[in-house]
Write a protein that binds this ligand. Structure first.
Ligand code: PEP
Ligand code: MG
Length: 598
């Protein structure tokens, strides 16, 4: 994919297909984020912290090996013949350097003996080994020195979570092309500065995709053949890139005709969004007069304004992970309280549903501890409510912060990844203790106490929704994880993205039975996964009995427009017909037909 400057424009244009995860069109100069030595912090660690520092190093090692393995699989698949062989041999060489090698032993020893942090130990060890190779004055060995530097740079990137600082210095409107971006890295992008981004890895409902949507930054993930390392270095900065987040396409060095075409599309999208802003003050009501509550999901601080501007009736899902990301230590009770209070006050009397910490899986927050990253199956491991229950102080700080924020406006507490009734009972006990403690301190708290709700996002929880409804004050159905766990499909893995389908009858049955259980127990139930914000699914969700939807704030006007075009009577009939289908593809077609006629 190296553009040839000698060819005519027409021949230079490179088009890549991927997963359009965040709609919109961005056009701007390329920024390739795979290169560049990350800045290496250097500090001493106390003796007692040595095991923790070594564990952090091992976690970065694991992650680096996993990345290399995935790149290797892809190289063999994408580049048949000699090129694929060459690339995968290289990747294997990097992997070997990260497996029980001199490098690994050397770094562990350095951390223990000189008490320096893992990044600094990696850098020191890498330069020593590379120097030894280079001194051998043999071209083969000199090339090994490059390999070891490359493997070390990957390790350091994974340890430091770079390219964090680079974003603030990029030219306005630039397009980031990267091998992979974590949710935490994506969260650092300023939508006023970054035009859009494309990555080789990543699936449609992973948290990187969700963060991109919440920022309103057009993004295409899972662009499997976007081989950044082969882009001609000289052309990099000068390349114009189009990110078509709606169509799932990246165009590098577009022809004038393509450019004009996309500029036209971008202008029309901007006109459409201006039209939508007129919906803000209209009621969210169906044609047969059923009110549908539309709430905003809150992922990052800038969304408060978006939620207000787009007429959200409250925050239906406040993901508190952002408070814990990109920092060394978890925030204490006061810090959390201050952040939550600002949001509660900003919502001016409209309810704010605060979810307790949901790290783990693809959402990592290093401030919470490194053993989270050790699991062979992070999505099935120590995450979300399981982690909170194992760290009682962290849970109690968070509950106390929410209770205190509740003195400034209505709040609700929501528990992620619940799979048993017992987990809810344990949190009820922790909540009781936090209330007691705060009252003794004489601190004002929510009065009445906030409702305690449960995310239904584990199939086992959906299957016992009637039992959970006895102990929960409300349900929020997390269709992202519910789909992932029901179908055993990693929501952030582009290779199996074609199987990720919330319209699978297995997923729909779990949604249906959860809604029924909530209605029978007379507790509110909302859907807060990504389907809630996609107008394609609105008719089906209303037909299944859902009356509350929570979504990324930019989606609110579009979904409201859809709600106002529907009537409950006919969505119910159509949902019944859909629930009798076996084939997810057929369900998709029926839904599209319904959306065309209503
Ligand atoms: C979900 O799983 O659907 C959900 C809303 O939670 P998150 O996307 O934060 O995991
Ligand atoms: Mg979830």
């Amino acid at each position: 994919m190296k553009p040839d400057p000698g060819k005519r424009k027409q021949a230079q244009e490179l088009v890549f297909e991927g997963l359009g995860v965040s709609p919109g069109i961005a056009i701007g100069p390329a920024h390739l984020s795979e290169v560049g030595a990350p800045t290496v912090p250097e500090f001493t660690v106390r003796k007692a912290e040595i095991p923790e520092e070594q564990a952090r190093f091992r976690a970065a090692l694991d992650l680096s090996r996993r990345q290399l393995r995935r790149l290797g699989h892809r190289a063999r698949k994408m580049h048949a013949g000699a090129a694929g062989e060459e690339l995968s041999t290289l990747l294997e060489a990097y992997t070997r350097m990260l497996t029980g090698s001199r490098l690994v032993r050397g770094v562990e020893q350095r951390i223990a003996e000189t008490r320096i942090n893992a990044e600094a130990a990696v850098r020191a060890e890498i330069s020593k080994i590379a120097r030894n190779f280079a001194e051998l004055d043999d071209p083969y060995m000199a090339a090994r020195a490059d390999d070891i530097r490359e493997a070390g740079a990957r390790l350091i990137r994974n340890l430091t979570k770079t390219p964090l600082p680079a974003y603030s210095t990029l030219p306005r409107g630039c397009i980031i092309l990267a091998e992979d971006l974590s949710p935490a890295e994506t969260a650092l992008m300023n939508p006023a500065m970054i035009g859009g981004f494309g990555t080789i890895m990543g699936g449609p409902e992973g948290h990187t995709a969700i963060v991109a949507r919440s920022l309103g930054i057009p993004a295409v993930l899972g662009v499997t053949d976007l081989d950044i390392s082969r882009l001609s270095p000289g052309a990099r900065g000068a390349l114009t890139v189009i990110v078509d987040g709606s169509g799932g396409r990246i165009v590098i060095d577009p022809t004038p005709a393509t450019l004009a075409d996309y500029e036209k599309k971008r202008a029309s999208l901007r006109r459409e969004s201006r039209r939508f802003s007129g919906l803000r003050d209209l009621r969210s009501v169906t044609r047969d007069k059923t009110d549908i509550q539309l709430y905003a999901n809150y992922e990052l601080p800038h969304e408060l304004v978006l939620a207000q501007r787009n007429g959200a009736e409250g925050i239906g899902l406040l993901r508190t992970e952002f408070l814990f990301m990109n920092r060394d230590r978890p925030p204490n009770e006061d810090e959390q309280y201050e952040s939550l209070r600002a949001i509660v006050e900003g919502m001016k009397g409209r309810p704010v549903t605060v979810r307790t910490l949901d790290v783990g899986g693809d959402k990592l927050a290093y401030s919470v501890g490194s053993d989270l990253h050790d699991s062979a199956n992070p999505a099935l491991g120590l995450r979300a409510i399981r982690l909170s229950l194992r760290e009682p102080k962290m849970l109690s700080d968070q509950l106390a912060a929410i209770l205190r924020a509740g003195a400034h406006g209505p709040v609700r507490i929501l528990l992620p990844m619940v799979s048993t009734v017992d987990e809810v009972l344990k949190v009820q006990a922790a909540l009781g203790a936090a209330v007691h403690r705060l009252k003794r301190r004489g601190v004002p708290i929510a009065d009445p106490l906030p409702p305690l709700g449960v995310m239904i996002e584990v199939p086992g929880a959906a299957l016992i929704a009637d039992m959970l409804a006895q102990v929960a004050d409300f349900f929020a159905i997390g269709t992202n994880d519910l789909t992932m766990y029901t179908l055993a499909i990693d929501r952030a893995d582009e290779r199996v993205a074609y199987l990720y389908n919330p319209l699978h009858p297995g997923v729909l049955r779990l949604i249906q039975s959860t809604v029924d259980a909530a209605l029978r127990a007379r507790i509110p139930v909302s859907v807060c996964g990504e389907v809630a914000g996609d107008p394609r699914y609105t008719a089906l969700l209303l037909g299944l009995g859902v009356r509350e939807l929570s979504m990324a704030a930019p989606s609110l006007p579009r979904v409201k427009q859809r709600v106002r075009a529907l009537d409950i009577a006919s969505t119910t009939l159509h949902a019944r017909a859909i629930m009798e289908q076996i084939d997810p593809e057929e369900i998709g077609r029926m839904l599209d037909d319904l959306n065309e006629t209503m």
